[in-house]
Design a protein around this ligand. Structure first.
Ligand code: ATP
Ligand code: MG
Length: 325
C-alpha cells in the first residue's frame, strides 16, 4: 500500500543532565546536543522503517539546526519543509530525571526558531502525495503553529487522508492556552489516537470513569483506533474488528535495558501508525510498536533509539521466548 506521512512541529537540540535528580538551579554537567523534538523523533522513526515522511519545522541558521537537519536527512526524512531562519536560534530543551517516570524539562520552543513556524511554511507542493498527518499536542505551542497544523490537516482531510494524534502533554507546557483549545478541533478529525496512560483522565467525561469507558466514548464519537501507552507496562488497544465488534488488546512491555525514557512514545506512535497504513494487522502493528518503544528506552538520547524494521524483527525473534505477552 502506498502512503506518505506528514508531520509538523518542533525540531530542537536536547541536553541531558548527567546525574539523577540533578537540579536546574545548581551548576552541573549535561551531555548533548542531541537532535530532538517529538514530531522530529516521530518522523525519524517512520523514515527508519523505510516509509516516506515529510517534516515541516523551523531551525536557526546555526550549528544546532544543521546538526538536526543532517541527522534527519541521513535517516531518510524529507527535509525540504524545514526552514533555516537567520532571525532566531534553534530551539532547545534541558531534561533531568527523577526516577524512571519523572522528568523535568526547561523548554525553549515558542521563543526560538520553532516559534517562527507558521501557515506560510506549509508548502502545498510538499503535501501533494501525503495522505496522513500525525499531530503532536506538544507542537501546538503557539497560534502560528496551530494555524500551520490546521492548514495541513484541512488539506489532508479534504483529499480523504487520515489523521493520528498524540497529545504528548508536558506539565511545563500546560499554561499554553491555545494548545488546550485546539485539542477539541484535532480530536474531531482524529482516526488514530495515541495518548499516554496519564493523559487519559484529561479526555474523560466523568470523574472516576475507567480508561476503557473513556476510550469507548471516544470510539463512539468516530475515532477508529486508540492505543494507550503505558510505559514499562506496555500498551492497551481499543477499537473495532472487521465485523464491527468492539475489541481491546493488551500487550505487556518487553523487558529491556532501561536507559532513557524520552522518545519512547514517539517511536511507538510512529511504528504503530506506519504499520497500520502499510496494511499490517492491528495485532502486529501493536506488537512492533511495543518493540519500538522498548528499544527506544534502551538508548541514551531522545532520537538515538529509533529502529529499522530489521532491528525490530531481530528483537522480536530474540525475545519471543522471554516476552510475557
Ligand atoms: P512520553 O512521556 O515521552 O510522552 P509516552 O507516555 O508517550 O512517553 P510511554 O508509555 O512512556 O510513552 O512509552 C511508549 C511505549 O514504549 C510503551 O507503551 C511501551 O510499549 C514502550 N516502553 C516505554 N517504556 C518502557 C520500558 N521501561 N520498558 C519496556 N517498554 C517500554
Ligand atoms: Mg508521548
Amino acid at each position: 500500500m502506498s502512503f506518505k506521512i506528514c508531520t509538523i512541529g518542533e525540531l530542537l537540540v536536547e541536553f541531558l543532565a548527567k546525574e539523577q535528580n540533578q537540579r536546574f538551579d545548581q551548576t552541573g554537567e549535561f551531555i548533548g546536543p542531541f537532535p530532538s523534538g517529538a514530531p522530529a523523533i516521530f518522523a525519524d522513526q517512520v523514515a527508519k522503517l523505510g516509509f516516506q515522511v515529510v517534516f515541516f519545522s523551523c531551525v536557526g541558521k546555526d550549528a544546532f539546526g544543521k546538526m538536526c537537519i543532517n541527522r534527519l536527512e541521513k535517516d531518510g526524512v524529507i527535509t525540504e519543509g524545514i526552514t533555516s531562519h537567520k532571525k532566531a536560534n534553534t530551539g532547545s530543551a534541558f531534561v533531568t530525571y527523577k526516577g524512571e517516570d519523572e522528568r523535568d524539562f526547561i523548554f525553549n520552543i515558542p521563543n526560538s526558531a520553532c516559534g517562527l513556524l507558521s501557515f506560510n511554511h506549509i508548502n502545498e507542493n510538499l503535501l501533494k502525495d501525503c495522505n496522513h498527518l500525525h499531530v503532536m499536542g506538544s507542537s501546538l505551542y503557539s497560534f502560528r503553529a496551530i494555524d500551520a497544523m490546521r492548514k495541513a490537516l484541512d488539506i489532508i482531510k479534504n483529499k480523504g487522508g487520515t489523521i493520528s494524534f498524540d497529545p504528548n502533554l508536558r506539565k511545563e507546557m500546560f499554561d499554553i492556552q491555545e494548545m488546550e483549545q485546539s485539542f477539541d478541533y484535532i480530536m474531531e478529525y482524529t482516526d488514530i489516537f495515541l495518548p499516554s496512560e496519564n493523559e487519559v483522565s484529561y479526555f474523560a467525561h466523568n470523574n472516576g470513569e475507567s480508561e476503557e469507558q473513556t476510550m469507548k466514548a471516544l470510539l463512539e464519537k468516530g475515532i477508529k483506533h486508540i492505543v494507550v501507552k503505558a510505559g514499562a507496562k506496555g500498551a492497551n488497544y481499543y477499537g473495532y474488528d472487521e465485523q464491527n465488534n468492539y475489541k481491546s488488546i493488551h500487550v505487556d512491555g518487553y523487558l529491556t535495558n532501561f536507559v532513557d525514557p524520552t522518545g519512547a512514545g514517539d517511536c511507538f506512535a510512529a511504528t504503530f501508525v506506519s504499520l497500520m497504513l502499510a496494511g499490517f494487522s492491528v495485532e502486529k502493528a501493536l506488537q512492533y510498536a511495543n518493540v519500538s518503544g522498548a528499544l527506544a528506552v534502551s538508548k541514551k538520547g531522545p532520537m538515538e533509539g529509533t529502529s529499522t524494521l530489521i532491528e525490530l524483527e531481530k528483537f522480536l525473534s530474540h525475545n519471543s521466548m522471554k516476552s510475557k505477552s
